[in-house]
Each structure stands twice: as structure tokens, then as C-alpha cells.
Ligand binder design. Structure first.
Ligand SMILES: Cc1ncc(COP(=O)(O)O)c(C=O)c1O
Length: 441
């Protein structure tokens, strides 16, 4: 460990912690753009549509709200969210079970801090869960999932991994699930969620259910929440970052279990929130009141943005299918997670053996920026990449806004893609060139 005077770093949390892969790809892309190079950015996962005018208005009207608010959120806001979840997701929620925090990411960290000794994570999964467990010094039991099962957790594999860990003196007791999922766009069908709920109840598992993409679904699978089947043992996470493109506003929420256990967890979160972040930014809480009011105009806007995400994500998926690149069909979020494993020999001949090397190769040779599967704890030799549809042809606020406008004028998906997505087409032709080159051996 490098030594500085007078700063001395703590090893406990920092050892082995890397800067997020997303940031490092972004930096490389920025550098290439600065050099005047053309880069097609599929690495950036952010919904980029404008702030809905009614939400912007509420924020502006409350700019003078500068006092600290209750650490777990305004009561009125928690009540509004409880009603929203009841209407939207048929989860029976009382106001005292809702807490809000500065982004679901911070709430997940607080929950991982408050609950259990060890964490169970599906593999692959979103980039931040494992580093958070690492920062907390909590061991992780990995449960592999794969394309054969649509990246859904298999109960038998989960059971086996828990048993293996217990045999090794482990105590895995908090499972994090995420549907719709980042990085695959896959969703857990209601039946699998019900099976998982039965298994969790039998085993006494606590489940942190990251449902941040719950309203960004565009396929045939309906979103189901584990809280419908296992309310006593699950905590549901949500927020405004995805369906309302408000990631930078840092607003997240959690729905806690009912009863005494839920109240104890609420107290733990209150202790953490009041010791770390105090409260969610006041104008954001007032704006969130409007965002969760159920206003039909805002609901329509969410549906519009989701449809547009769906069409753009589907385009990426269709392109992969056309090129015979194996990929699970995304039905939620704005990601696709193809594997290039079947080309491992021609790739090896080009010096590419891992998904990191593959992402670098595509950036260097085809100006395609993607994220390697390893960022999501997917084995390097699976040669998986996460492609995000959120940025292409929506690179500036103006372009993103224009996309919504032209789609509203003519909501024909084919015309929408054909006429307004020149960069998506370029992306498709570059992938075609790449696969064409690989097929030469
Ligand atoms: C699966 C998943 N969970 C949580 C988050 C964090 O969202 P928030 O902005 O609410 O912290 C993200 C954002 O990328 C995500 O993809």
C-alpha cells in the first residue's frame, strides 16, 4: 500500500475496490470525442428524456424549501407513495412502511449495512451490489444464472450455493434480486417470483428486491413484485431515476415489511439516514409528491418514454438476432446482454480472450463503446457485453426531446427507427462488419 503523509488510507474498505467500469469507459469515450473521433456510445445507461413540466414546476416552486426535512421523508410524500404502489403494483402498503433516501443506491447500501451477515447475489448482476458488500466487509455467495434460464435465478442452484456456503461456515441470509434486470433486460415471470417467495419463506431469507425499472417494461412479461408473495421478508426498492429520467435528482424509496420487524428496520434506517445523509433534498421531495401523485399526464409521459425505450432496445436486440449473436430477449430496462462466445476462436486469433478485451477491441477498431460482462461479475470467458440503447441518437437533451416529439407525431416503430436513428443504423452496420470479419476466421 502506497504511503502518504499525513494521509493514511484504511485498507478494510478500499482493498480490491475498483473504479466502476462505467466511469472508465466514459472517460475513454470522452477522450476519443475530444480527439475528434466518432464513437458510438452503448456503454452509458441513463434514461435521457426531459423533466416532465409539472415535476419541474413543483421543483422550482419549492426552491425556497431549504430546511432539513424528516430523515426518512415527508409524511405526505410517504403516504402518496404508499397509494401509488397500491394502485400501480397491487402491493398493500401503509405509510409507515415507506421510506425515502438519496437514490435507491444509497438505500441499498443502508439496507445491506442493517441486515444480515452475508449477502447472496445473482451472477451477473448490477455493478454496485458487490462493491457495496465489499465496503461493508460482508462476504458474497454468488449464484450463477445464465441465458438458458433467461438469467432468472434457479431455486435449485440457489439452494445448492447456500448449502455450499453454510458448509464452509458461511451465513448467507440476505438475497438481492433485480427485475427488470440490469445488465440483461430480463425479467422474472410471476411464477418464478412465487417459487422464490416460497423458498425464501422456508429458508428464512431476507430479500432486497431492486425494482428500479418496474415501470420500464416493454415485453410480454408483466412486472411482479416479490412483496406480493412474501411481504414479511422482502424490501422493495424504487425511485425516479429510470422511468422519469431523474437519476441526477437522487431520489429513491424503499418499502419495508409490515409489523414489528418492519418497524425495527425502519428504526435502523432512521439511525443510518440521520447519521449519514440527513434527508433527501427538500425541493426534490416536493417534486416527488407530484411525480407519485398518479397525475394522468405524468403517467402517460412515463408510458411514452417506456415505449420509446422499448422500441430502441428492441432494435438493438433484433440487430443481434439478425447477426446470429446469442442474446436473451430484453423485456425491461434499456439493455441487451449478448455473448460472443461462439466466436472465441477467431477472437483469440485477434488477441481477445475476455470480455474486457472484447470491449476494448470494439472500441479501438469499430468505435463501439460497450461495457464488458465482467463489470457485472459475469465470467470473462463468456465474452458477454452490455449494450445500452439509452444514448444513441439521444446524445443531447435536445435530441432526446425531439425523439419523443417525432414519436408522438407518428408512433410507427419502423418509421421511428428508420427516419430518426442514423446512429443506431451505423451501430448495426459496424456490428455487421465485426461479425463478418470474425466469420473469416
Ligand atoms: C439495477 C439498478 N439499481 C439501482 C440503480 C441506482 O439507481 P438510483 O439512481 O435510484 O440510485 C441503478 C442505476 O443505474 C440500477 O441500474
Amino acid at each position: 500500500m502506497e504511503r502518504f503523509k499525513p494521509l493514511r488510507f484504511s485498507r478494510a474498505g478500499l482493498r480490491g475496490l475498483k473504479v466502476s467500469a462505467t466511469l472508465s469507459i466514459n472517460e475513454q469515450v470522452r477522450q476519443m470525442w475530444a480527439e475528434g473521433r466518432e464513437v458510438y456510445h452503448l456503454g452509458f445507461g441513463e434514461s435521457r428524456f426531459p423533466v416532465h413540466p409539472k415535476i419541474a414546476e413543483a421543483f422550482q416552486a419549492n426552491v425556497q424549501q431549504r430546511s432539513y426535512l424528516p430523515a426518512l421523508g415527508l409524511r405526505e410524500l410517504r403516504e402518496t407513495i404508499a397509494n401509488y404502489y397500491q394502485n400501480k403494483f397491487q402491493i398493500n402498503v401503509s405509510t409507515d412502511r415507506v421510506v425515502v433516501g438519496p437514490g435507491s443506491k444509497s438505500l441499498i447500501y443502508a439496507l445491506l449495512l442493517a441486515l444480515g451477515e452475508e449477502i447472496i447475489l445473482p451472477q451477473p448482476c448490477w455493478v454496485s451490489y458487490a462493491p457495496q458488500a465489499h465496503l461493508l466487509g460482508k462476504p458474497v455467495t454468488w449464484v450463477p444464472t445464465g441465458p438458458h434460464e433467461n438469467y432468472n435465478l434457479e431455486i435449485s442452484v440457489l439452494e445448492q450455493k447456500i448449502a455450499e456456503s453454510q458448509l464452509n461456515w458461511g451465513n448467507p441470509e440476505v438475497l438481492v434480486i433485480n427485475s427488470p434486470q440490469n445488465p440483461t433486460g430480463a425479467m422474472m415471470p410471476p411464477q418464478r417470483i412465487e417459487e422464490l417467495a416460497d423458498f425464501a419463506r422456508e429458508q428464512g431469507l431476507m430479500i432486497i428486491s431492486d425494482e428500479i425499472y418496474a415501470l420500464v417494461t416493454h415485453g410480454e412479461i408483466p412486472h411482479a413484485s416479490i412483496a406480493q408473495y412474501y411481504p414479511e421478508g422482502s424490501i422493495v426498492l424504487g425511485g425516479l431515476s429510470k422511468h422519469l429520467s431523474l437519476g441526477g435528482w437522487r431520489f429513491g424509496l424503499a418499502i419495508l415489511p409490515p409489523g414489528r420487524a418492519g418497524r425495527a428496520l425502519r428504526q435502523a434506517l432512521l439511525n443510518i439516514a440521520s447519521s449519514i445523509w440527513s434527508c433527501v433534498t427538500a425541493p426534490v421531495q416536493y417534486a416527488a409528491l407530484v411525480a407519485y401523485s398518479g397525475d394522468p399526464e405524468i403517467e402517460e409521459y412515463i408510458e411514452l418514454c417506456t415505449r420509446v425505450h422499448g422500441i430502441r432496445t428492441q432494435y438493438l436486440y433484433d440487430m443481434l438476432v439478425e447477426l446470429d449473436i446469442p442474446c436473451v430477449k430484453p423485456t425491461g430496462a434499456f439493455y441487451a446482454f449478448p455473448s460472443f462466445k461462439k466466436w472465441r476462436e477467431p477472437l483469440a486469433a485477434r488477441g481477445v480472450h475476455t470480455s474486457d478485451e472484447l470491449a476494448q477491441y470494439l472500441l479501438d477498431n469499430y468505435e463501439l463503446a460497450t461495457l464488458p460482462g465482467t463489470a457485472f461479475n459475469c465470467a470473462p470467458e463468456n465474452l458477454c457485453l452490455r449494450l445500452s440503447s439509452s444514448y444513441a441518437d439521444a446524445g443531447t437533451d435536445k435530441k432526446a426531446e425531439k425523439l419523443l416529439k417525432v414519436y408522438q407525431k407518428n408512433p410507427d416503430p419502423e418509421r421511428f427507427i428508420e427516419d430518426h436513428h442514423p446512429r443506431m443504423h451505423k451501430i448495426a452496420s459496424r456490428f455487421a462488419d465485426f461479425i463478418n470479419d470474425l466469420s473469416k476466421g
